[in-house]
Design a protein around this ligand. Sequence first.
Ligand code: PNW
Length: 474
Amino acid sequence: DDVVDEEKHLRFPPNFVFGAATAAYQIEGAWNVSGKGESTWDRLVHEHPDRIYNGDTGDVAANSYYQYKEDVAILKKLGFKSYRFSISWPRILPTGFANKINAEGIQYYHNLIDELKDNGIEPMLTLYHWDHPQVLEDMGGWLNDEMVYWFGDYASIIFREYGSKVKKFVTINEPKAICKNGYSLGIHAPGKRLSGLGEYMCIHNVLKSHAVAYRIYDSEFRSKFHGEVGVLVDVMAYMPENFEFDAAAETAFQFNIGWTMHPIFSKEGDYPPAMKQLVANRSKAEGFVKSRLPVFDEYWVNFIRGSADFLAVNHYTSRLVVSGTMGQIPSHEHDQGVREIIDSFWKSSASNWLKVVPVGFRYILVQLAKNYGNPPMYITENGVSDLGTLNDDDRIYYYREYLKQMLIAIYEDGVDIRGYYLWSLLDNFEWNAGYRERFGIVFVDYEDPNRQRMLKKSASWWQQVIAAGKIETN
Ligand code: PNW
């Protein structure tokens, strides 16, 4: 029956988790106090103000290091049941290494978590959202395979410290964004332009690091704390421009999503076969002695495979795929041998990469479920930017239409989605876009030293949706 039951499809399943998300560097501020070490983002914004809109920095940001109780009060008022936040690695380990644990940093996150739990809000903790200790970067960062063990040491400390209170951990936010933006294009910290090898070497170590953290939780903490550790993927929907490009769209899926998901969720593990083949061919044609895609030996294939209790999905937008090429040579972008285009009819946002494509959400959720055995999923980010207004009707439109598509994926397609975290609770430091592009359902006044928070219209809309357990259509 093709008729969609409208009423049913506006209602959320029982026990569905509503949450809001943020990240340490984007909201905390307090960049050089209370024993915190320097992060790669501290270094980038201070050394290269030219790379950030208006020379903005996260030095103060939304000042949540001091104002977190206000943030929690807002979450509580709006009815959110969960809060996804990240920990600043150099706030815990200022030297980068586990030889010195910063007690004030440890205490800050205890205070935040306790405040959440006292207000009936479950924490979801992201171990790493892009701000690693600069000293580790000075030793190569994600290009050095020692990073795998440095991350493991850090993860152990986080699990040991917070495991009795936090039942959901996400290891690494958006591997692809880290490795392409940070080590290939060089627009994000650490700003390295090593296209064609950098992004592949980075993902290789990120995957190992994720798996090491997962195995540590499994062997040392799970029996005591009974929590879960998920892996996170940032996904666009790659839809064929028309049926002639089905194969091209499938290649884009394998290259962009299979790159990090196939090693974890497929039966055989490792990178997708099609990807291995294509990168090998391109590398050879370019005169490289061997493939630019690194190789996992059998030990690592087995170690990484199965290293997730749930799949965390960040989704914002879509692309149409056609045949052709894009990107510089050599690069991951170019290796795919496909071209991504933006449909000129898609509604815009304040971010040039972010077009409003609600149907893409259902499309990608179904594709993830099909390819990876329908694992338990949480949507860990979804949202839209504007240039700052309290009357954010465009944001309400975005959430309403994306949520409807998610509910269709749940009810019509059987995708196992357990919860949804909007991006973002607060207007925050939007990386290269500084404070210009705003994703919050709460407005933050960046002219005000007190960083006053004001609820936007979308915040009230969410309050209503959560209270009713269904999408209000008007
Ligand atoms: C996310 N894409 O990154 C980040 O996790 C947030 O920190 C950030 O503020 C938010 O997006 C908004 O930009 C993304 O490929 C990475 O579509 C990649 C994509 C989207 C967002």
